[in-house]
Design a protein around this ligand. Structure first.
Ligand code: FAD
Length: 516
């Protein structure tokens, strides 16, 4: 048995004080608590070759958002008489070294279903159990325990939202108050020879500062999350009438949805607390929308994808993924680069991709449009490639939700109506006929008359000259012709679907080659 009387609280996500059962347990009957965050080179090592600043796995905006969240967490911990201990290195090795050196009796951390953490946690848990250290790892990142739902469904994840809802029912904790406050924490114990630092700045991590123009407007941290939550639910009618997919994807001065996703991603905001706040609003209004379109319904989508992702081997791949249609996507790196770097020549698509790079967040329907365009709509590029770009650049980048939505948008799983394609020209125009969104994110087109803003290549040369934007020189010509591209994409998808049906899903690489 471990001889010490302290606890180690290992923060990874769950960067909050409210509704944090792992932190509460760490504080219980402990003479000291070590609140630890490990800077993991896997996510944070600068990559000078990446197409935009950041590491190979995370854009600088998300790294900055994380650091801001850590600063905020440290400040909250200090108000409770503690502080955040920041260490660097492989998290498994660092945590094991700390457990050894600090002789703690208990290790607490929030349960995580992401494959990366599943592998890491096995290593740390194995060490802890051999050393007689108690491990407490509660489910508090999601509304439900994905493993419970899968078990209720006979060992397989439910594959439709409705069947998920039936199995899930009401969350067990929904009617009892969640712990929202902690008034005190035991002090931090002696840290011995472990190298502890304060929360580093982006510069201290080895990154160059980026210009103001490239900075996301969303600041990380629990304080910001709670403020944003309060602002979001202040207008009870808005909450009661929330209905997705209604809402303007081009609204950027005041986004049409909550923009709480980055806070949920890092656990600066508890999804359970968010859920309770929403159900409190519902109790005080006459009528409200329901899942799947309501705000509670959005949180349930989150849990749905977590559950399917957790219970599906190779969920993040086409190959070996039993719920994913096998489709002969192309590997056209030039088309991929044009999409990623906002050079497709379709202003609606390019503006969304600039918003992704600069803000790390876009409206759900905007994500639909660019994901559809890259895959089954126009370019026929593999959804895994688009997934990788989103995974790196989104500040709310989330393994289960991102993969789930890419499977959906590419008609590889969940959604199969491949004839329904978002037009890169008319879809955005419905919401924003003047093209204000495009003018904001693509200033090269700011003087293009509204008649041409969605199709600038159709503007006569004199108009292009007057708008100081010559198509093919200042802004690219379309990389594909949408009308012929959709026909080709639909044809390929029809063939691939027929093959998947005929071979009952057991499609091989050879079969796909024949369709290319
Ligand atoms: P709101 O509409 O205010 O919803 C509240 C919360 O519900 C969100 O914060 C989010 O946690 C959850 N939610 C909303 N929509 C979905 C959805 N479709 N699936 C699962 N959960 C949802 N969301 C991520 O959080 N991380 C991702 O990496 C991510 N990748 C995506 C990739 C693609 C191709 C697409 C089409 C969507 C993706 N989404 C992702 C889902 C969705 O677009 C965002 O969650 C949403 O736009 C975030 O904005 P919001 O917080 O204002 O959402």
């Amino acid at each position: 048995m471990a001889s010490g009387s302290g606890s180690l609280m290992w923060f990874r996500k769950g960067l909050r004080i409210h509704d944090n059962p792992a932190l509460q347990q760490a504080a219980k009957e402990s003479t000291c608590v070590y609140p630890v965050f490990v800077i993991d080179p896997y996510f944070m090592e600068p990559d000078p070759n990446a197409f935009s600043p950041g590491s190979s796995r995370a854009g600088l905006n998300r790294i900055r958002f994380l650091l801001e969240s850590l600063v905020d967490l440290d400040s909250s911990l200090r108000q409770l008489g503690s502080r955040l201990l920041v260490l660097k290195g492989d998290p498994g090795e660092v945590i094991i070294r700390c457990l050894k050196e600090w002789e703690v009796k208990r290790l607490c951390f929030e349960y995580d279903t992401d494959p990366y953490y599943q592998a890491l946690d096995i290593k740390v848990k194995n060490y802890a159990s051999a050393a007689g250290i108690e491990v407490f790892s509660p489910v508090s990142h999601t509304l439900f325990d994905s493993a419970d739902i899968i078990q209720k469904n006979g060992g397989r994840p439910p594959l439709s939202y409705q069947s998920f809802l039936k199995l899930a029912g009401q969350p067990s904790w929904a009617s009892s108050p969640l712990s929202t406050t902690l008034s005190w924490l035991p002090p931090v114990g002696d840290v011995g020879t472990c190298e502890i630092s304060n929360v580093p700045t982006v510069k201290e991590l080895g990154y160059e500062e980026i210009g103001q123009d490239e900075l996301t407007p969303f600041k990380g941290g629990e304080s910001e999350a709670l403020k944003r939550l309060r602002e979001s639910i202040r207008d009870k009618e808005w909450v009661a009438n929330f209905e997705k997919p209604k809402g303007d994807p081009s609204a950027f001065l005041k986004p049409a949805t909550t923009v709480l996703s980055p806070y949920l991603k890092f656990g600066c905001l508890s999804s359970r607390y968010f859920y309770q706040c929403l159900t409190d609003v519902y109790k005080n209004v006459k009528r409200h929308t329901s899942p799947p379109v309501s705000l509670v319904g959005q949180l349930l989508w989150r849990d749905f994808f977590y559950t399917v992702g957790f219970g599906t081997p190779n969920f993040d791949h086409m190959k070996g993924n039993r719920i994913c249609k096998q489709i002969p996507w192309n590997d056209d790196d030039e088309l991929l680069a044009a999409w990623r770097e906002a050079r497709t020549g379709y202003p609606w698509i390019d503006a969304i991709m600039v918003q992704l790079r600069k803000w790390g967040w876009m409206h759900h329907l905007a994500r639909h449009c660019v994901a559809c365009f890259l895959t089954r709509g126009d370019l026929f590029v593999h959804w895994e490639k688009g997934r990788d770009v989103f995974e790196r650049l989104l500040i709310d980048s989330d393994w289960a939700i991102n993969n789930g939505n890419w499977l959906w948008l590419s008609c590889s799983s969940f959604f199969y109506q491949y004839n329904r394609i978002y037009s890169p020209i008319t879809f955005g125009k419905k919401y924003d006929p003047n093209g204000n969104y495009i003018r904001h994110f693509l200033p090269i087109l700011k003087d293009m008359p509204k008649e041409y803003i969605y199709e600038p290549w159709t503007a006569p040369p004199s108009i292009q000259a007057k708008a100081k934007c010559i198509i093919g020189k200042d802004y690219p010509k379309p990389v594909v012709c949408h009308d012929s591209a959709i026909k080709e994409c639909k044809r390929k998808l029809a063939e691939a679907y027929a093959l998947n049906k005929r071979l009952d899903g057991s499609v091989t690489e050879e079969d796909l080659k024949k369709l290319r």
